[in-house]
Design a protein around this ligand. Structure first.
Ligand SMILES: Nc1ncnc2c1ncn2[C@@H]1O[C@H](COP(=O)(O)OP(=O)(O)OP(=O)(O)O)[C@@H](O)[C@H]1O
Ligand SMILES: Cc1cn([C@H]2C[C@H](O)[C@@H](COP(=O)(O)O)O2)c(=O)[nH]c1=O
Length: 207
């Protein structure tokens, strides 16, 4: 039996990474072998591209940024995600293709159809089984981030950019209600984890 492919999404600072260990531990306690990974990243090449993308010093065009995201994704899908799913392991990725639609599409204005073409090319038959979208107003997310880290190239974008990213995520969730669960990321961590556990339980039952 192939494994399930789960992804976490949301604007920067929404709080998605806070739940990675919880989801992994919850599944592991129920006998599921989980591979935790992230995008951009997940392979040595992907991590090198991540460092470049998050902290590029020179100008980078929208198309170059989009293609680099997909170059990292191609390596990630082939080297990590497909083999893990084929071996019956579950994969939990902190961001995946929805992020390109939201950031490069919604945020920067790259045509969604162009991103969809790249998605068809790189993913072929690969599908995400469940996406948890942590939804939060950009000003709340910004207040959370600024206390904890030096901001990267995306995090430094203006509030209007993050609002467009948020809107694009929400539009995708509306169009794909079977896959994307929208969580109110302003709720306390414990409340969110109870919701996550309920939904993971449903995923386990339908296996
Ligand atoms: N539900 C919550 N309530 C209050 N604070 C939270 C909540 N969830 C996370 N935080 C805090 O918000 C900050 C950002 O969380 P986290 O790093 O998980 O966000 P993220 O979505 O992964 O961000 P990024 O995508 O930029 O890496 C952290 O300081 C974290 O402790
Ligand atoms: C996969 C992907 C990511 N991004 C952006 C979104 C974030 O700002 C960073 C990743 O950092 P994180 O805080 O660890 O999530 O990259 C993007 O613009 N497009 C993508 O496809």
């Amino acid at each position: 039996m192939t494994g399930q492919f789960l992804t976490l999404e949301g604007i920067d600072g929404a709080g998605k990474s806070t739940h990675v260990d919880f989801i992994r531990d919850w599944l592991t306690a129920r006998g599921i072998d989980v591979v935790v990974t992230r995008e951009p990243g997940g392979t040595p090449l992907g991590e090198a591209l991540r460092a470049l993308l998050l902290d590029v010093k020179s100008d980078i065009s929208l198309d170059t940024e989009t293609l680099l995201m997909f170059a990292a994704r191609q390596a990630h899908v082939d080297a990590v995600i497909r083999p893990a799913l084929a071996a019956g392991r579950w994969v939990l990725s902190d961001r995946f293709t929805d992020a390109t639609f939201a950031y490069q599409g919604g945020g920067r204005g790259v045509p969604f159809e162009r991103i969809a073409e790249l998605e068809r090319w790189v993913l072929r038959d690969l599908r995400v089984d469940r996406t948890f979208l942590f939804d939060i107003p950009p000003d709340v997310a910004r207040a959370r981030m600024s206390t904890t880290r030096t901001l990267d190239r995306f995090e430094r974008e203006r509030e209007a950019f993050h609002q467009r990213v948020r809107n694009a995520y929400l539009s995708r969730a509306e169009a794909d209600i079977d896959r994307i669960r929208v969580l109110d990321a302003e709720l306390p961590v414990a409340t969110l984890q109870a919701e996550l556990a309920r939904d993971l339980g449903r995923l386990l039952e339908r296996r």
